[in-house]
Design a protein around this ligand. Structure first.
Ligand code: SME
Length: 156
């Protein structure tokens, strides 16, 4: 397939509906995990121009930074720490409208204002998380949760 993304317009839902089949096209037939995580991060960044989009992978007892798009970030997060470590611990999507109000939030960048973290689950275990940061407050809602969960399911 051609490796260029068609940028969807319209509501957030319409944008996800345009993006998801394209992500399917990118990951179908590619078995390499890093390649797929990298393209998903890039596709989300390109479509929505989020401040930071990336994956942290569970390695031993920590989350370790994986493929991402955006400024340099913290490399290791312990279970239960920050939004990412909490999402891992609870195996749940977490929406944070204002990062300053999330106890223990890890500020990789002071520019980040709101955040959503979605766990990637296989055989009942979280093996990675998708972290998306915005430079605006209240950027994420249940629509993002629903569609980002669909996107990570494509590689879980
Ligand atoms: N804010 C995250 C850390 C990762 S960075 O935002 C890229 C957290 O609290 O887990």
């Amino acid at each position: 397939m051609a490796e260029d993304l068609h940028i969807g317009r319209g509501s957030k839902e319409e944008q996800y509906l345009s993006l998801i089949p394209q992500i399917k096209g990118l990951v179908n037939g590619e078995t390499d995990l890093v390649a797929n995580l990298a393209n998903i991060a890039a596709a989300l960044k390109e479509q929505f121009d989020f401040f930071w989009v990336g994956f942290y992978l569970v390695k031993a007892e920590e989350l370790v930074l994986g493929p991402f798009q955006g400024p340099v970030a913290c490399t290791r997060i312990r279970k239960g720490r920050g939004v990412c470590g909490t999402s891992w611990d609870q195996a749940n999507t977490i929406i944070v409208p204002d990062v300053e109000k999330f106890p223990g939030h890890i500020a990789c960048s002071s520019i980040s204002k709101s955040e959503i973290v979605v766990p990637l689950i296989k055989d009942n275990a979280v093996w990675a998380v998708l972290d998306v940061d915005s430079d605006h407050y209240n950027s994420f809602d249940e629509t993002d949760a629903r569609f980002l969960e669909q996107i990570v399911a494509l590689i879980s």
